[in-house]
Design a protein around this ligand. Sequence first.
Ligand code: CP
Ligand code: NVA
Length: 304
Amino acid sequence: MAVRHFLTLNDMSTSELEDLLDHASRLRRDWRAGNVRDSLKNKVLAMIFEKSSTRTRVSFEAGMAQLGGSAMFLSPRDTQLGRGEPIEDSAIVISSMVDAVMIRTFAHETVERFSAASSKPVINALTDDFHPCQLLADMQTYREHRGSIKGATVAWIGDGNNMCHSYINAAAQFDFHLNVACPEGYEPDAKLLADHADRVTVYRTPGEAATGADLLVTDVWASMGQEHEQKARERAFRDYQINPALMSQANKDALFMHCLPAHRGEEISADMMEHPGSVVWDEAENRLHAQKALLEFLILNRLD
Ligand code: CP
Ligand code: NVA
């Protein structure tokens, strides 16, 4: 059987994604009830990080341990990856010794090249272009709070970045409409927009995007690797903040999500994390459950 990878949401069908999210919610209930599970006993996940991480590292590492397996953290700083060993050679060797590989990189192409040479499933744990694991957690969280997202309207406020790109893919996979509010010059990828023109509307003001929305989402103004643009981005995004006033323009009972880490006073007001519509802590915890489901799907080829 050909090895399956998870580089974007498009690597799974809609029905596979729905089954995976059902399974993730079961895993969440089971884990909270204290039930022990050893579906990945003796399995090993390699985790390669070119960039910093809190949630992704903790959720994958804890997830493997909770399923009876283990995870190893590999940084380019102290492996040959940082000393110029070709990515394909690294992929062949690492994948010959473990059961799956999770990789967070700058260039998306690095993950594509790694997966093309890997004999085991490869998971994109964030690149400059996509963050599909976060979308699994976000979609799980929406379902758990509001039921199916099909037919809903989601408002993305801010940068047309990796998270926004994965929201565009999610709009197609889960059948919702995405309103994007961003300043000129910070739009999502033009090809991705053109491919999903029927699902995505780009606005210039947050109020237009939030009107009629069931979920408001944002992310940092300067992503990892863009630290040198921080000041210019603060100016460009000054009017693109999610705050209670913007929430009140959305549908009653609209939810608020943020992949975190959050910057209070920038993309969100200081009080947004505690807003009645905020589900950010469930969203963060669901990284654990959604990825445990993903690991079982990719390593065992089944969900049960
Ligand atoms: N949301 C997210 O991916 O967080 P980390 O960068 O902490 O992993
Ligand atoms: N867009 C952010 C997401 C962090 C989880 C970044 O790439 O830094």
